[in-house]
Design a protein around this ligand. Structure first.
Ligand code: FAD
Length: 483
């Protein structure tokens, strides 16, 4: 990577024109920090190509000049994945201008969307055709198709439909040498060896730039029912999930677990929230059932029947079903406000982890107990996608801790949590990716074969190391040293 001089900047400006090129500090400022405000970088310019031809031209020029590119969509990465390095020797390559939906084929269940299409806009566009894209997450108002593919994003519907890997039928991309990969065709069967599409999914912009994707659609829902349930333990919650799946797997979508102390923080810090159930319960579960087939029974009736049976079977302590769409939204707000409420209550160190589903209830209890014993005064709580074996495991600071506790103690806390995760056969990144936040931990905890493969793939695609350097794969290959 080289320092970026004025003649080089001028060549990018000439290539992209005034709409596609800026060095204005005010225009660039929002894109130099990550969503959580943990990382701040610098960039010589913000590039916003209008189409895939311009992306290819930018990548070729950057390659010739030895300039690093940081691909960026909505900048909602939870791991600093889209934040440029602090050196200033890189340019941000924003895909946000490429926001066209090229086609919607409802009969085939396929939408072709450019990388910059925002998830919420995609939802709205396909709904007009009686379809839905079955992936959603808290950042849907900003997160883009390119970012979702590049992080193999998950969210709250993975239980039924899988992550982006399951929903991405084809990809169009520009590779680090500027060549174009046209893999948009949504082939059901394709056995030509290594699957470039799957290499690019979850690559976090380190192997090339996604310019468009073909995505799977399913019929729009006719109705939904959202329930709030009190349970004794995570074990009981998992048993309840299996009970519900056995009766209505096709209708079961959301299944989110929330501990009592996290719910209490929401009720305390988020205005307008109230507990759905009377009485206290150690754990809570939010469930969502949907109906998309007119011949099927309404989802409210299905959920009512199942929860009644679950109560009789002793699989939960209490349950209620939202009586209106507004109440359903209010239930989801409790779930979606967990992180915000936690932030309002003081410093915390967050982890996005997974273990095998059947082992998750034990892990949630034992890991929290171990962490609280090791770091005296902390409170550990796990919430989220129990049915995917994925929870957000957050460790809150002791009450008298300094405001920068997460910075000073975070490394030791995370190392301890990650060691527990690995011992349980899990992953230190379930859905947010590695980015820069988990770079060293991923290198520390991955086995040599995995690290060797990561480094070798990166070197083969991007020998100059210009694609999102400092993310996912350690520069210089600590991977190599550990072999
Ligand atoms: P960015 O943040 O801009 O980029 C993410 C990564 O992808 C970076 O490495 C970037 O370099 C790369 N990239 C972006 N666009 C391209 C492209 N076109 N080509 C190549 N590389 C590219 N994630 C989940 O999985 N599940 C959740 O439930 C979830 N909830 C969230 C809730 C909130 C409130 C927020 C803020 C975030 C949440 N996230 C969640 C994380 C985030 O929304 C996802 O990682 C999302 O996929 C990022 O999309 P983006 O467009 O913002 O990408």
């Amino acid at each position: 990577m080289t320092a970026i001089d004025l003649p080089s900047l001028t060549r990018f400006a000439d290539l992209l024109g005034p709409k596609g090129f800026t060095t204005d500090p005010d225009a660039m400022a929002p894109w130099l920090k990550d969503w959580r405000g943990r990382y701040e970088g610098a960039a010589a310019a913000l590039l916003s190509p209008a189409d895939a031809d311009q992306v290819a031209a930018v990548v070729r020029l950057a390659g010739a000049l030895g300039i690093a590119l940081v691909p960026q969509g909505g900048n909602t990465s939870m791991v600093g994945g889209a934040t440029p390095p602090a050196t200033g020797n890189a340019m941000i390559l924003s895909l946000r201008r490429m926001n066209a939906i090229r086609s919607i084929a409802a009969e085939d269940g396929v939408v072709v969307a450019e990388a910059g299409v925002i998830l919420a806009h995609l939802h709205d566009a396909v709904l007009e055709h009686g379809m839905r894209f079955p992936l959603t997450l808290g950042g849907k108002g900003s997160a883009t198709v390119g970012g979702l593919v590049s992080t193999n994003a998950g969210g709250t519907q993975v239980l039924r439909f899988g992550t982006m890997r399951a929903l991405t039928l084809g990809i169009e991309a520009v590779l680090p040498d500027g060549s174009r990969f046209d893999g948009l065709s949504p082939l059901k069967k394709d056995n030509r060896g290594y699957d470039l599409k799957h290499l690019l999914i979850g690559a976090e912009g380190t192997l090339g730039i996604i310019t468009a994707a073909s995505l799977k659609l399913v019929p729009a829902i006719l109705d939904r029912a959202v329930g709030w349930i009190g349970v004794e333990t995570p074990h009981q919650a998992l048993a309840l999930l299996r009970f519900m799946e056995a009766r209505a797997a096709d209708a079961q979508e959301g299944f989110e677990i929330v501990p009592a102390d996290s719910l209490a923080l929401v009720l305390k810090h988020i205005p307008g929230t109230r507990a759905p159930l009377q009485g206290t319960h150690p754990w809570h579960v939010l469930v969502e059932m949907v109906r998309s087939d007119a011949r099927a029974e309404a989802s409210g009736a299905v959920l009512e029947q199942i929860l009644g049976d679950a109560l009789t079977a002793g699989l939960c302590r209490d349950a209620t079903i939202a009586a209106s769409e507004a109440q359903a939204e209010a239930f989801w707000k409790l779930r979606d406000s967990l992180s915000e409420a936690e932030r309002a209550s003081g410093p915390a160190v967050q982890h996005d982890i997974s273990v095998p589903v059947s082992g998750m209830p034990d892990f949630m209890i034992s890991a929290a107990r171990d962490v609280e014993a090791r770091f005296v005064g902390t409170r550990a709580s796990a919430f989220g996608h129990l049915g995917d074996g994925n929870v957000h495991f957050h460790v809150r600071a002791p009450e008298d801790a300094a405001l920068d506790w997460a910075k000073t103690a975070g490394k030791a806390v995370s190392a301890y949590v990650h060691d527990l995760v690995v011992a349980a056969g899990g992953s230190i990144s379930a859905e947010h990716g590695i980015g820069q936040m988990k770079l060293e931990e991923n290198a520390r905890l991955s086995d040599p074969a995995r690290l060797m493969a990561l480094s070798a793939i990166k070197a083969a695609f991007d020998p100059k190391g210009l694609m999102n350097p400092g993310k996912l794969v350690l520069p210089g290959g600590l991977a190599q040293e550990s072999l």
